[in-house]
Design a protein around this ligand. Structure first.
Ligand SMILES: Nc1ncnc2c1ncn2[C@@H]1O[C@H](COP(=O)(O)OP(=O)(O)OP(=O)(O)O)[C@@H](O)[C@H]1O
Length: 262
C-alpha cells in the first residue's frame, strides 16, 4: 500500500533545474534508501515530500490526498522529517528538546500528559539518549546532537519518517543501532496498524543501504536513474557511471560491502 507518493516533481532553484520529473512512491512496511552524488537533489526532494517546499511542478499525495504544504496538524502527527542540519540553537535540556517532538499531539499551550511523557521516554531510550536527558543540548557532541534530534522525531511516533542522513555523524555502534531502529519502525508497523509505517532515508553509505534498505532509489542530476532492490541498484557499473569512481562490491560474512577504488 502506497503511503506517500511523488509524481513528476520538478523544482527550479536560481534558474537551474534541481529536480526534473521525479516520481517516487513510499510503501507501507518498507525502508527505502535515497542515494546519489552530492547535489543530486536528495534533500530538496525530501523537503518537498515533507511538505516544507512547494515543487514547481508535479504532485505529492499522502494517503492518496494532496499533501498540505506547509503540513497541517494531522499531517505532522503522521509524517516526521529529520533534517540533514544537526544544529540545535536553543539552550534547552535534551529532555525538553525531545519533548518538542510531541507538539503535533498536544498543541503549543499544554504540558505533556502521561502518554506524551511515555513517548518521550521511549524515544530517549531508542536513540540512546536517556543518559543525556539533563544535559543542555547546545553542549553536546555532533553525534550526540544527531541522536537527540532523531529522538525528537521518534517522540512524535510518526507512521512515515523521512530521515536525511540519520547515521552520518555516528560511530559504528550507533550507526547500526539507528539503522536497526528505522528498520524496526517500518517492519513492526506491518504487524500493528492497518496502514503500516514506512521510512525514506537519504544515505551516502552504500554498505548501510545494502544492509538495511528494502528498496533503493538512486537520484542523479535531479532524475531517478534506478529504483529497485538493493542488489539491483547497487550494481558496480551503474555506481561507477553515477559516482564517477570505481566501487568494488564484495561479500564479507554474508553481507555485501562496497569499497571505492583508489
Ligand atoms: N536554496 C537554493 N538555492 C539555489 N540552489 C540550491 C538551493 N538549495 C539547493 N540548491 C542546489 O540544488 C542542488 C541539489 O541540492 P540538494 O541539497 O537537494 O542535494 P543533495 O543531493 O541533498 O546533496 P548532498 O548529498 O550534498 O547533501 C544542488 O546543486 C544545490 O546547490
Amino acid at each position: 500500500m502506497t503511503l506517500l507518493e511523488a509524481h513528476d516533481i520538478r523544482l527550479v532553484l536560481d534558474g537551474r533545474p534541481v529536480l526534473d520529473g521525479v516520481s517516487l512512491s513510499l510503501r507501507a512496511g518498507e525502508v527505502c534508501g535515497l542515494i546519489g552524488p552530492n547535489g543530486a537533489g536528495k534533500s530538496s526532494l525530501m523537503r518537498i515530500l515533507a511538505g516544507l517546499r512547494r515543487p514547481d511542478g508535479g504532485t505529492v499525495t499522502l494517503d492518496g490526498r494532496p499533501l498540505p504544504t506547509p503540513p497541517d496538524g494531522a499531517t505532522a502527527r503522521r509524517l516526521a522529517y529529520l533534517a540533514q542540519d544537526r544544529d540545535i540553537h536553543w539552550p534547552l535540556t535534551v529532555a525538553a528538546v525531545v519533548a518538542l517532538g510531541r507538539l503535533p499531539h498536544r498543541g503549543p499551550f499544554r504540558d505533556n500528559g502521561a502518554r506524551d511523557s511515555a513517548a518521550v521516554e521511549r524515544a530517549l531510550t531508542a536513540a540512546d539518549c536517556a543518559h543525556l536527558r539533563d544535559r543542555v543540548a547546545t553542549t553536546l557532541s555532533g553525534g550526540e546532537r544527531a541522536r537527540v534530534l532523531l529522538a525528537r522525531v521518534l517522540a512524535g511516533e510518526p507512521d512515515i519518517l523521512l530521515a536525511d542522513e540519520p547515521a552520518a555523524s555516528l560511530d559504528p555502534l550507533h550507526q547500526v543501532q539507528v539503522m536497526a531502529l528505522l528498520r524496526r519502525l517500518a517492519h513492526d508497523g506491518r504487524k500493528g496498524g492497518s496502514d503500516g509505517r514506512a521510512v525514506l532515508t537519504v544515505l551516502h553509505d552504500l554498505n548501510a543501504a545494502a544492509a538495511w534498505c528494502d528498496r533503493v532509489v538512486m537520484l542523479h542530476a535531479g532524475r531517478v536513474v534506478a529504483d529497485g532492490p538493493p542488489h539491483a541498484v547497487l550494481e558496480p557499473d551503474l555506481l561507477r557511471t553515477i559516482y564517477g569512481v570505481g566501487i568494488a562490491r564484495g561479500m564479507v560474512d554474508g553481507q555485501p560491502v562496497f569499497v571505492p577504488k583508489r
